[in-house]
Structure formats: structure tokens, C-alpha cells
Design a protein around this ligand. Structure first.
Ligand SMILES: NC(=O)c1ccc[n+]([C@@H]2O[C@H](COP(=O)([O-])OP(=O)(O)OC[C@H]3O[C@@H](n4cnc5c(N)ncnc54)[C@H](OP(=O)(O)O)[C@@H]3O)[C@@H](O)[C@H]2O)c1
Length: 310
């Protein structure tokens, strides 16, 4: 917004608009910045909330909104309207006394503490491990006392996992000629729990390296999102041979756990037992590039857009 007042005057509002449904990988040119005006005050009697965004979150799942094929998705997108997502905002005016804000982190918390049922000493593998969700999942698993290995797409990300986030081991999946061999090197006795975020070739290799009765928690499959046809899996029969359990989930089903998340995580943050790596770009104009960059691994940690206000 372009002006700081509270008198109901008109102010500038910037939005990232998608031109049309996207097929294949999203590109910066699929989006444009629209500047419009809005009233700085909620109309009398309305239960609307007027917020000033401070930070916006860039999430891979935002791409589900923008594909025609995903009509089942509750956030089904209409071309020409703004892309929505999570963020941190200041409430400027509200006609709704019951409104309360939420925060990120629930995905990792639900995965480890509710779905994964992790036990001390178990062997855990995490793909896309330096990302927004992966870095927290890994640190939660370490705090429980597990052996934790992550994969990521660059040497710098592997160094981050081993030297800052406390993972026991890590590898760059882009430089491993044989993913099966890489997993056997890190898990000679197999994997108890795989936290799945990537799909495709990594999942296929993981299936060969799961322990009997191992669990796979499916958070996402980012390598498949922009393909016109999903990659086939060769090792799918391992699910039966090894009596594997596979559980998919969405954070939307676990928002009631926010109080538990805060009880668990805030002491860890205060005691500096958890760190969080963020990649902050400045200005809404850089939002489209930040969103597109998630699909090539350009982001180093949680991707955030910091909005600049005049
Ligand atoms: N179930 C839920 O409720 C829920 C909630 C949030 C997120 N998710 C899912 O969780 C996953 C991670 O999300 P996030 O927000 O934490 O994003 P993120 O990990 O911060 O960013 C995405 C990362 O994915 C990796 N990547 C991108 N394309 C890839 C490919 N083709 N093959 C392998 N890795 C690739 C890149 O890391 P590298 O450089 O390491 O390749 C990139 O940095 C996504 O699948 C997302 O859809 C699910």
C-alpha cells in the first residue's frame, strides 16, 4: 500500500496476477503486477478485515491453484485474480472480532509428532531437506534422537544440512550417479521413515532401501508437479514385499494442533535448539521470480517475499 493513513482515503494496492492457467513449469512471464486502489477502511457493518502485508510466503503448493487440471483443489483459481497464499500481516481495520492469525510450521509438526510416530534411534530420510518444511522435520527428528539424513540439490545445501541443521549425513542428489547406492551408503541397515517431498527417481530408490514395516509420510512430490505425465515408478512392489505403510497428509487437517506446536517449538527456539533458514527477497516485483525459483531449487531455505512500503 502506498500511503499510511486511517481515514478511509484511497490507497494503492499491488497484486501478483496470473494471466492464464499454467501448463508445464510456471514462468515469470505468466504473471504480472497489477496496481489498483482501495479504501483504507472496512465499510460500516461489514465483517471484512483490512490488512497490510509485511511478508508473503512462496510455497510450491501455490502451483495447484493455477492449473486447470486441479479443479478438485479447494483454492481453484480464476485467471485474472490474484494468487493467494500465506503471509504475515498487520491488521489495520477489522469488522470481525473473532479473527485470529495463524503461522507456518504445522506441516512439519504434524508429520513428525502426529503421523510419523517417530521413536528414538530410528533411521529417517528426508528429501528437499533444506526447504521450508524439510529443515524443521529434520531438526524435530534429531531432537527425538533419530539418525537423520537429507538430500538436497547443491553442495552449499548439503553443507547447511551437515554443519548448521545438525543432520547426521546428507547428499546432493543431482551429483549422485546411482541414488540407490547413495542411500545404501547412508543407510546400510535401511530406512525406518521416509519423509517424502520430491517423488520420482528419489522415491523409486527409497522403495529399495526401506526396512521391513517401514513408513513413508507423503508431504508432496515437487518433481512431478510440472510434468504433463507423472514419471512411472519401477519399485512399487516393494510396498507389498516389505509391508510398508504409506500415509499422505495435508497441513489443512492439522490446524487444531497450533497450540501443541507452539508449546513444543517455542522452548526449542528460546533454547536455540532449532534454527530456521530463510531466503528473503525484497519487493512484490520479485515475487514471481521467487515462486518460479522453488521449482529449480534457487531458494536457500524458506522462501519469503518482504514487502516494501513507502
Ligand atoms: N502436505 C502439505 O500440507 C504440504 C505443506 C507444505 C509443503 N508441502 C510440500 O512439501 C514439499 C516442500 O515444500 P516447501 O514449502 O518446504 O518447499 P521448499 O523445500 O522450501 O522449496 C522447494 C524445494 O524443492 C526442491 N525441488 C524443486 N524441484 C525439484 C525436483 N524436480 N526434484 C527434486 N527436488 C526439487 C528444491 O530443493 P533442492 O535444491 O534440494 O532440489 C527446492 O528448493 C513440496 O512438495 C510441497 O508441495 C506439502
Amino acid at each position: 500500500m502506498g500511503k499510511n493513513n486511517s481515514t478511509g482515503e484511497e490507497v494503492q494496492n499491488k497484486q501478483v496476477i496470473l494471466k492464464d492457467y499454467v501448463t508445464g513449469s510456471p514462468k515469470e512471464s505468466d504473471m504480472y503486477i497489477k496496481i489498483s486502489t482501495l479504501k483504507f477502511q472496512v465499510p460500516q457493518g461489514s465483517n471484512a478485515i483490512l490488512v497490510k502485508n509485511i511478508y508473503l510466503s512462496c510455497d510450491p503448493t501455490m502451483q495447484f491453484q493455477i492449473r486447470k487440471a486441479h479443479k478438485h483443489h479447494s483454492d481453484y483459481y480464476t485467471p485474472g485474480s490474484p494468487i493467494d497464499g500465506f503471509g504475515v500481516a498487520k491488521v489495520l481495520d477489522s469488522g470481525n472480532p473473532n479473527f485470529s492469525a495463524s503461522m507456518l510450521g504445522i506441516t512439519a509438526y504434524a508429520a513428525i509428532y502426529e503421523i510419523g510416530s517417530l521413536k528414538k534411534g530410528e533411521c529417517v530420510f528426508i528429501s528437499a531437506a533444506t526447504g521450508a518444511v524439510g529443515q524443521l522435520v529434520g531438526q524435530f527428528a534429531k531432537l527425538i534422537g533419530c539418525y537423520v539424513v537429507g538430500s538436497a540439490g547443491s553442495k552449499e545445501k548439503v553443507d547447511l544440512l551437515k554443519n548448521k541443521l545438525g543432520f547426521d549425513d546428507a547428499f546432493n542428489y543431482k551429483e549422485e550417479p546411482d541414488l540407490d547406492a547413495a542411500l545404501k551408503r547412508c543407510f546400510p541397515d535401511g530406512i525406518d521413515l521416509y519423509f517424502e517431498q520430491v517423488g520420482g527417481k528419489i522415491l523409486d530408490a527409497v522403495l529399495l532401501n526401506m526396512k521391513f514395516h517401514g513408513r513413508i509420510v507423503v508431504c508432496g512430490m515437487i518433481s512431478q508437479y510440472n510434468l504433463s505425465e507423472p514419471e512411472p515408478l519401477k519399485n512399487i512392489m516393494q510396498i507389498a514385499f516389505k509391508r510398508l505403510s504409506i500415509k499422505g497428509f495435508t497441513h489443512r487437517d492439522y490446524h487444531h494442533l497450533y497450540p501443541k506446536l507452539l508449546d513444543t517449538v517455542l522452548p526449542y527456539i528460546r533454547e536455540k535448539k532449532i534454527v530456521y533458514v530463510e531466503d528473503i527477497v525484497e519487493g512484490l516485483e520479485n515475487g514471481p521470480a521467487a515462486l518460479v525459483g522453488l521449482f529449480s531449487g534457487r531458494n536457500f531455505g524458506k522462501q519469503i517475499v518482504k514487502l516494501l512500503h513507502q
